[in-house]
Design a protein around this ligand. Structure first.
Ligand SMILES: Nc1ncnc2c1ncn2[C@@H]1O[C@H](COP(=O)(O)OP(=O)(O)OP(=O)(O)O)[C@@H](O)[C@H]1O
Length: 276
């Protein structure tokens, strides 16, 4: 899916400050765009606008046609996403994954593959596909449902997104590894990076991440601050630019390891909320 935006701005209803302003961006089919920036800069709002979920001012075109010319359902059918506030449903594991694409609700092999891609095979072993899950699990309540850890719920949500990604032209991940351990995170981004070509189709991928080991591999990186894109380019281009991206990268563990090769067992000299 090709996405193109010109002079886009967006204000949340009931607020006066623009959450996004002056956004110009072209994402080609099959490209991977990473979005980075400080908390509250507008990253999530930007991806929601790009997905057509919010009605923004300015122009947004999808495959060279204005988004207004599409039936929203047809766009959403071609899109798979995982947001930070992903759903945790009081349903079975099968249903928690299968609602990603109801056509596959009874297809065990498809669901198990999605769970494996989400890194959630251990959840299947724990509960079985038809095991009930309970987001409000309290050990003192007598119940049969299984409690999952935050990281396990995130893996189930990832499985749901992967189930739908097979038929999607646009896949969006908003901090998909926030509750994952480093090994699971590395495996996940390996899968995300291999998403761009599936079945001969070019899948456009957008992810928001604070993990620079992953971000640096994207085709394009957008640095979002105060509701606008302040820097856009590849890792090498943005490092050469010597601006905010370079600063954030140097604060990250990856940047520290680049500066001090072979000292990767040591802590970074300082920490920041942006460090992985
Ligand atoms: N539903 C909402 N209603 C009103 N304002 C909102 C809403 N969601 C976000 N905002 C505001 O819009 C701005 C951008 O928020 P957004 O969530 O897009 O930032 P972000 O860069 O994704 O942050 P984070 O890294 O913390 O996830 C913030 O000032 C936030 O308070």
């Amino acid at each position: 899916m090709k996405l193109e935006v010109h002079n886009l701005s967006f204000t949340y209803p009931g607020t006066t400050k623009k959450a996004l302003r002056g956004i110009n961006l072209v994402i080609e089919p099959g490209e991977q765009l990473a979005i980075v920036g400080l908390n509250g800069g507008g990253k999530t709002t930007l991806v929601k606008v790009l997905m057509g979920l919010y009605d923004a001012k300015g122009s947004l075109s999808v495959n060279d046609l204005p988004i207004e010319s599409y039936d929203p359902v047809s766009i959403h059918k071609r899109t798979s996403c995982l947001f930070q506030d992903f759903g945790q449903y009081e349903l079975t594991l099968r249903e928690n994954v299968g609602i990603g694409d109801l056509r596959y609700l009874e297809e065990d092999a498809k669901l198990e593959l999605a769970l494996e891609r989400g890194g959630a095979s251990e959840v299947v072993t724990k509960t079985g596909l038809d095991g009930p899950l309970d987001p409000w699990y309290a050990p003192d309540r007598k119940q049969k449902a299984q409690a999952l850890s935050g990281g396990q719920w995130q893996r189930v949500a990832l499985a749901r997104a992967f189930l739908k990604s097979d038929d999607a032209d646009l896949v969006v991940f908003d901090e998909p590894s926030s509750s994952l351990d480093p090994k699971a995170e590395a495996e996940l981004f390996q899968k995300i990076h291999s998403l761009s070509m599936r079945g001969g189709r070019k899948i456009t991928t957008i992810y928001i991440s604070h993990r620079f080991s992953t971000v640096r591999r994207a085709d394009k990186i957008a640095v979002v601050e105060n509701g606008t894109i302040i820097e856009l380019g590849t890792h090498d281009e943005l490092m050469r630019l010597g601006g905010r991206y370079q600063e954030l990268f140097k604060l990250s563990k990856d940047g520290f390891e680049d500066s001090y090769p072979g000292r990767n067992n040591q802590e970074a000299p300082f920490t920041s909320s942006e460090s992985p």
